[in-house]
Design a protein around this ligand. Sequence first.
Ligand SMILES: *[C@@H]1O[C@H](CO)[C@@H](O)[C@H](O)[C@H]1NC(C)=O
Ligand SMILES: *[C@@H]1O[C@H](CO)[C@@H](O)[C@H](O)[C@H]1NC(C)=O
Ligand SMILES: *[C@@H]1O[C@H](CO)[C@@H](O)[C@H](O)[C@H]1NC(C)=O
Ligand SMILES: *[C@@H]1O[C@H](CO)[C@@H](O)[C@H](O)[C@H]1NC(C)=O
Ligand SMILES: *[C@@H]1O[C@H](CO)[C@@H](O)[C@H](O)[C@H]1NC(C)=O
Ligand SMILES: *[C@@H]1O[C@H](CO)[C@@H](O)[C@H](O)[C@H]1NC(C)=O
Ligand SMILES: *[C@@H]1O[C@H](CO)[C@@H](O)[C@H](O)[C@H]1NC(C)=O
Ligand SMILES: *[C@@H]1O[C@H](CO)[C@@H](O)[C@H](O)[C@H]1NC(C)=O
Length: 571
Amino acid sequence: MYHLRISAILVVIIYLTGVTEAVIYQCDHYNPDGEYTVRHCTLHGVTVVHDAADIDFSSEYPRPYWFDFQHSQMDEIPRALFTTFPEMQTIDFRETGIENINKFTFENAKQLRHLFLRLNKLTSLNNFIFKGCDRLEWLDLSHNQLQEVRNKTFHDIRTLTRLDLNHNRLTVLPEEVFWELPELAHLSLNDNQLVVLDRETFFHSRIVSLNLNFNRLREAHMVDRFQSWQRVHLRGNQLTSVEIPPVPVEIDVSHNNLTTILVSYSNILVESLDLSHNLFADISNVSALNFLHTLDVSFNALQSLPLTTFLKMKQLARLNLEATNLTTLVHGLFSQQSNLTWLDVSFNRLQTIDLTVLTAAAKLEHLHIDGNNLTSVGYERLPAMFPSLTYLGLFANAWNCSYLVDLVHFCRQHSINVAPQKSYGTTLDASNVQGIYCKSSQSSVLPVVTPIEHPIDTAPPSAELSIDRLLEMMQEMNKTTEQLVQEMMRALHQRATSAVGTPVVTASCTALHAYNYQVFILLILFAILILNVGFLLWVHHNANVRRAVDRMILFRREQGASIQTALHEDL
Ligand SMILES: *[C@@H]1O[C@H](CO)[C@@H](O)[C@H](O)[C@H]1NC(C)=O
Ligand SMILES: *[C@@H]1O[C@H](CO)[C@@H](O)[C@H](O)[C@H]1NC(C)=O
Ligand SMILES: *[C@@H]1O[C@H](CO)[C@@H](O)[C@H](O)[C@H]1NC(C)=O
Ligand SMILES: *[C@@H]1O[C@H](CO)[C@@H](O)[C@H](O)[C@H]1NC(C)=O
Ligand SMILES: *[C@@H]1O[C@H](CO)[C@@H](O)[C@H](O)[C@H]1NC(C)=O
Ligand SMILES: *[C@@H]1O[C@H](CO)[C@@H](O)[C@H](O)[C@H]1NC(C)=O
Ligand SMILES: *[C@@H]1O[C@H](CO)[C@@H](O)[C@H](O)[C@H]1NC(C)=O
Ligand SMILES: *[C@@H]1O[C@H](CO)[C@@H](O)[C@H](O)[C@H]1NC(C)=O
């Protein structure tokens, strides 16, 4: 029993010394590209469970300011980071499993500019948790599981200019949540589940770009108090009505349930408006938008367009009228569009097309007339009318093959590309000319083609895209993989040849030291245990043996006695 007590005390002492020894993680000064930079600090294999008291950090070089983590698992952010490295400016906690941010975590993060917390497991943010980040400019909280943000969460970070809250599970936002962010310019709230927004939510910041795509908003109050808005994105919500504010330069309200558009200001500066994939039957209200460069009304069943629709849009350069159920393009509709370069009238019900409706559009470069059941088009006039034309979409019409051969031949002679866009996924088992279906006889039936989107792009026409650009991209890909491999090899080489004392080695050594120490203690404990058990067994065994000997002696005596008595009796 005495031995047991001593060994128990020993165990407790050794265990306590093991616990009080903090785990120290040391900076590795290679950045993610494998380049050695003394002011960069990568921390490997950091593990933080809820009590972070026994964790510390150190760096071979003073004052690193850029931090990231590799293979780390942290339930929460260790405060020690900000006390050890007060000059830290950027810290990237991406994919480290953070579930919670404690009060006072950033108390000492006085120089922090960029805080990246994307791809973690945050579910809610308490009031005042960013207190201390007096210079924070960019806060990325995207791709978490945030359901709740309190009305004072973003207090004390008045210098913030960019906030990413996209890809979370927010359903509501307190009206005052952004009120203490006067400098906030870029706000992403896309891919959440927001149902409503209060009228004054954005009333105290000079927002430049606001992304609310893919939420569940049924109404949006677009009140631009400082007239600072430049881009507002509301794609993929459930809006039924939208009021165009005077200033944003770019508005995307596509993929909603819009039937009404209100234009109540007299001087509206909107330059780009996407109304595609809605339920509009009438877009005559947009005719007041004099400054439009780009207008997309595709995939709305408009049926017809009033003659005055585009009359004031003298700067209109790109117009998408795909799949709008138009039957005719009346003369005069495009009379003011001298700046038009990109026009899409595909997948309508135009049985014929008279290109002279586009006489004013002498700068036209890109024209889609696909999917219209056309049998002919006055192509001989194309080069004279549109000297800049480089692309003509002809797919899915009712061309007869001999006519189409002539048409394609003519276009090739005049450097007009007619190759159908790749995304049609053409099956070439029907008669075709260069991938464009045609009727080889009066009775042949053409394949049915559903409209695909032709997104408006300002990039060079698809001809150049498909060959030169593709080759360029492939070369870029080649180059980057090559470079990547080279960088990797260089990094590996450096790591392999570097003597003991380089940051990488010390970093792993520190971790290894701590590990070895623990293993050592465990081994000692084991040895003590085995000794104790052995001793006890030995004692026990000895006692047994002694008792057995005693008994034997007794037995011998008794037996001897009886034998003797028996002998005596026998004798
Ligand atoms: C924040 O919300 C609480 C209730 O959740 C409310 O009592 C408080 O007035 C709000 N703060 C501000 C500044 O509106
Ligand atoms: C929006 O339209 C879709 C289909 O057009 C419909 O299923 C949905 O219920 C509509 N939503 C609202 C809010 O009207
Ligand atoms: C056009 O605007 C007027 C008011 O300016 C509004 O009453 C009407 O509903 C709007 N029409 C459409 C189709 O948006
Ligand atoms: C297009 O118009 C025709 C006749 O005007 C109508 O039958 C058809 O339903 C319309 N298509 C759509 C998608 O509204
Ligand atoms: C046409 O576009 C050019 C620039 O692309 C612009 O300078 C010019 O003012 C525009 N013309 C009209 C009539 O708006
Ligand atoms: C295409 O036009 C022909 C007449 O040129 C007509 O018979 C046919 O129904 C039309 N097809 C469609 C899908 O509109
Ligand atoms: C194709 O059209 C041309 C003239 O447009 C006509 O001469 C020819 O007979 C047509 N061919 C067929 C197979 O319909
Ligand atoms: C990419 O690299 C491979 C081999 O390194 C070479 O054969 C190929 O031509 C390269 N492709 C391009 C587009 O440069």
